[in-house]
Design a protein around this ligand. Sequence first.
Ligand SMILES: Cc1cc2nc3c(=O)[nH]c(=O)nc-3n(C[C@H](O)[C@H](O)[C@H](O)COP(=O)(O)OP(=O)(O)OC[C@H]3O[C@@H](n4cnc5c(N)ncnc54)[C@H](O)[C@@H]3O)c2cc1C
Length: 424
Amino acid sequence: MTVGVVGAGISGLTVVHELENRGADVLAYEARDEPGGVMRSRHVDGRVVELGPQRLRLTPGIDSLIDDLGLRDQLRFGDDDQPLYLYYDGELRVVPLSVREALTTNLLSLRGKLRILKEPFTDPARPGETVDEFLVRKFGPQAARRFFGPLYSGLYGTETQEMPMQYSLGRVLEKRGIDGSILLWIVRKLLSGSETPPVCTFDDGLGELPRRLYEAHADSIALETPVTQIRNCEHEEGFELVTENDAAVVDDVVLTTPAGTSADLLESVDSGLAATLDRFNYNPIAIVFLESAFDREGIGTLVPSTEPSQISGLTWNASFLDRDRVFTCYIDPGRYPDLIDASDDELAAVATTEFERITGADATPLDVHVWTPGMPAYDRSWTAMDDLELPDGIHLCANYVGRAGIPGRIRNGTRLADTLAGGK
Ligand SMILES: Cc1cc2nc3c(=O)[nH]c(=O)nc-3n(C[C@H](O)[C@H](O)[C@H](O)COP(=O)(O)OP(=O)(O)OC[C@H]3O[C@@H](n4cnc5c(N)ncnc54)[C@H](O)[C@@H]3O)c2cc1C
């Protein structure tokens, strides 16, 4: 059996790695001249910056991958005991992520804090509810809109009012086995002493993980080779993966590309499936790297959309990942509608001005990167999930149908490889 994999981001690389470990034949294609997809790092003026994810959780799956790839000596841990801040009403306020922070934060009034305690007496998610409606009903409007909402939706660039529970937060809760009170689940977790895996990265950035995965399987992965079409084989079962100079025959195809790209590639295999895939919305996101001597301890800043600001958040890489004076600023089209047409200089100016207003410290832009299509929006367009029917032999292993985080991507890829290799 030969499996064709489209895309060598962390999902595609995991599928290749796990299939080859199980003895299957794999042909993988990556459009760019480097592996990693959105998981990419750069050196700018001697500093490491992350174009996509800034850090990951060292889950058992990632821990053993690090050993497989000989990356242990590059591993560096982040300090996520540091506070996370939210910029509210012109001030940086601590997001209550621990009991101590919940008691001391000035983000919520006493009434707002007490309202959270009613959560165990509220109903689980109701059909048709949005994330905003759910969180307000569970935790009260203050906690829901001041931090639970921004905490959840921050990176996706979608307002919680536009996110149906069923296709977004509801799936996260379901996967964690939370069907009753969220608060009691947290308390039980704290009492059980089970620890959240630590936050980590690598000396040269997260991009090291996909780079090492690629090196371990370079013989099976063609870089700078975009797949232009997938079609059914004419006289036998299976598919042809068409590239500029070739057409490879495979038994199964794994697509790790964004939904719109997958739609274009699958048009001739199944035009109905292509139309369904085309319905998923994405939000572009701009990342601006800043240098600043701002030396407060913290993980970062969430900026809720209720604040008159043009950015949606900051990661304080300097503090919690010990990256020399580096800060990462996020801009989404909800805050800055001209994002897609803006020049790098304009985006850098927006980020610098907002950083200086929020922290009170000077900053200098280091670099800018804009992601399109960007992040899956998990908005109302996700009703397309209900119509997603895949022909035999076509598999989607991508963040819009599973969990977006890197541990989730690695779990999905491993599970799919298990299924495919089991069917050898
Ligand atoms: C700004 C940002 C910050 C994030 N922060 C975090 C974080 O802190 N922690 C965390 O866990 N997760 C984070 N995530 C989410 C996580 O990084 C992504 O969900 C994950 O990396 C996606 O990996 P993937 O392999 O599924 O997709 P991608 O990385 O998108 O890979 C798809 C690959 O397919 C290739 N491709 C496209 N078209 C073709 C074609 N026609 N032929 C061949 N190849 C093609 C692309 O070049 C790409 O390499 C973040 C994401 C973003 C965008």
